[in-house]
Every structure is written in C-alpha cells, then in structure tokens.
Write a protein that binds this ligand. Structure first.
Ligand SMILES: Cc1nc2c(=O)[nH]c(=O)nc-2n(C[C@H](O)[C@H](O)[C@H](O)CO)c1C
Length: 152
C-alpha cells in the first residue's frame, strides 16, 4: 500500500492541508495518507523529508507565501530545498504555493484560490501516481483559477 505525504504550515491562512488530505483519501482510498504541519515554509523541507523517511513515495507541500520580499526569498530557498530533496531521495515532491497577494486584497477570493489549488494539486498527485497526466497534456489546466483550456 503506497503512502502519500501532506505537509502544510501554521503560517498559512487557509487550512489547505485538510483539503488535500480529504481529496487524496477520496481519490486513493487504499493509500495511507500521512500529514505533518510545520510552523513555516522553510520548515517544510524537514517535514517532507520526515514523511519520505517514514515510507511516503510522494509528498504534497502546501506553502503560503507572504507579500514581502523576505517572504519571497524564504520561498525561493524552500523551493530549492524541495528540488534538492527530490534529487536526493527520488521521491516526488509537489511544491504548491499560494501567494498572499493573489486575492488582490479580497480574503474570500484568496480562500477560494487556496482551496481550489490544494484540491486540484492533490488530484494531480493522485493522477501522477496512477494513470499519469498524459491525456491532459496541453489542456491549459490551472490550479486556483478556472482552467484556461487548450488553444486549438
Ligand atoms: C519571512 C517568512 N516568511 C514566511 C512565509 O512567507 N511563509 C511561511 O510559511 N513562513 C515564513 N516564515 C517562517 C519560516 O518559514 C520558518 O517557519 C521560521 O523561519 C522558523 O524556522 C518567514 C520567517
């Protein structure tokens, strides 16, 4: 039975971890889903490594990136860490982020973006681990927003 990891943060302003866990359990009812919540984005590399060492083949990391320059640098450092983690372990790490300014100041819209992104990337992860995504190639799929669609 495969193990899928979910890492999220207390820094996030929307509980994306619960959305991803629920979606993964629905899509992959036979998989074990393990979750670790860490304080902030830079701690997610440790969380993902722990889940991989604990037997997970793939991990979805749900990060919330604040609006300031130091937040963006924190994300860049994290993202490089998550790429290195994939190279070092061979496990798939899906690096999913919501940037606080995406809502344009509208918190309701920001929450909708975060929930949609977490749910659709959980679907991406489930699909990657089962049938693959080949039949969706070039379809303009978007996470957090409506799909853009293929240009015909
Ligand atoms: C500046 C900063 N920005 C973010 C952010 O945008 N998103 C986030 O999730 N966490 C942030 N943090 C917290 C760090 O990632 C980390 O939790 C602390 O530095 C403790 O190691 C920090 C310190």
């Amino acid at each position: 039975m495969s193990c899928i990891g979910v890492v999220d943060t207390t820094f996030a302003r929307v509980d994306m971890g619960s959305v991803a866990v629920e979606e993964l359990k629905n899509l992959l009812p036979h998989a074990v889903v393990k979750r670790i919540t860490v304080p902030g984005i830079k701690n997610t590399v440790w969380g993902a490594l722990r889940l991989i060492k604990d037997g997970c083949d793939a991990v979805i990391v749900l990060g919330w990136v604040g609006p300031t320059q130091v937040d963006k640098y924190s994300y860049l450092a994290t993202s490089i860490g998550l790429i290195q983690l994939q190279i070092a372990t061979g496990a798939l790490v899906l690096d999913v982020t919501v940037h606080e300014e995406e809502g344009g100041g509208d918190e309701k819209k920001l929450k909708e973006i975060a929930i949609d992104r977490a749910r659709k990337h959980a679907w991406n992860l489930a699909q990657l681990l089962t049938e693959g995504l080949e039949k969706y190639a070039g379809k303009g799929l978007r996470q957090g927003y409506p799909h853009a669609g293929e240009i015909l």
